[in-house]
Design a binder for this molecule. Structure first.
Ligand code: NAD
Length: 256
């Protein structure tokens, strides 16, 4: 059995992933704001430090996989803090525990929204590792009525961070595949309010067309996450694997 650490473990895609891993007999350390093994707010430096120190205690100093699911979709600078900087802090903070594991693997849940329009000021600041500037750019986007760009920018930034980082000494050099999955619309507490509102639902269907099987349950995303973080995955790295009912193919069909 392997030991996985999953953030965002208390709800939605994270919880479905924890359930599948446990059903397969693996040990899981869950982290979330509450209702999990580790309570940590990944939007703050204290919470990020708490995650790493508690993970070290609970794991005995070694992890076989880290899965970063924690995320929020608020039209607020909080979204860049959690979705990009929280995910980076999770992966970088737990990398030494992973390096001590067996067949170590790492993964972030990004989004199909990473291919939507973004705010380059937010993305560039995030990729430069400048949280203060990324928060300021996010606040500016919210103030001019473009709060939705904070989410797409947070997911574009983390996807690019994955691709850049996967091939470095820290990850490929340490034998650790590092990937993202990019779900389309998944029915979770994050999206439920939008899907229940007919006007919002229309907008969602326009921006994320899913010709195959429609909106997904979180249980449909978990098996891909589990495979990408299993020892069977030896050569997939630096990828954002869309699990989106065809949305990426519709939106970017000519991309090779
Ligand atoms: P969810 O709201 O059910 O789960 C997200 C979890 O993250 C919650 O348990 C929440 O408490 C936790 N979280 C939020 N802020 C946190 C913080 N500051 N510190 C620690 N934990 C925090 O939503 P979900 O749909 O399961 O989302 C999981 C991931 O999947 C997110 O990264 C989301 O952006 C991504 N995603 C979701 C969809 C979708 O349609 N639901 C689509 C694409 C990507």
């Amino acid at each position: 059995t392997r030991t996985h650490l999953v953030t965002g473990a208390a709800s939605g895609i994270g919880r479905a992933t924890v359930d599948l891993l446990r059903a397969q007999g693996h040990a899981v350390i869950g982290a979330d704001l509450k209702d999990s093994d580790i309570s940590a707010d990944l939007s703050t430096a204290e919470g990020r430090a708490e995650l790493v120190s508690r993970a070290r205690e609970l794991s005995g100093g070694r992890l076989d996989a880290v899965i970063s699911c924690a995320g929020t979709a608020q039209f607020d600078p909080l979204t860049i803090k959690v979705n990009h900087f929280g995910a980076v802090a999770t992966l970088e903070g737990l990398r030494t525990l992973l390096a001590a594991g067996t067949d170590p693997r790492a993964l972030v849940v990004s989004s199909i929204d990473s291919v939507h329009p973004t705010d380059p000021a937010i993305v560039d600041a995030a990729l430069a590792g400048d949280e203060e500037a990324a928060v300021a750019a996010s606040r500016a986007a919210v103030d001019r009525g473009e709060g939705h760009l904070v989410y797409s920018s947070s997911k574009a930034a983390i996807s690019r961070w994955i691709r850049r980082s996967a091939v470095t000494e820290d990850w490929a050099g340490a034998g650790i595949p590092l990937n993202a999955v990019g779900p389309g619309v998944v029915v979770t507490p994050m999206t439920r309010p939008m899907l229940d509102d007919p006007d919002m639902l229309k907008l969602v269907e326009q921006s994320v067309p899913m010709p195959l099987h429609g909106h997904a349950r979180p249980e449909r995303i978990a098996p891909l996450i589990v495979w990408l973080t299993s020892p069977e995955n030896t050569h997939v790295t630096g990828q954002v694997v869309f699990v989106d009912g065809g949305a990426d193919a519709v939106l970017r069909g000519d991309r090779t």
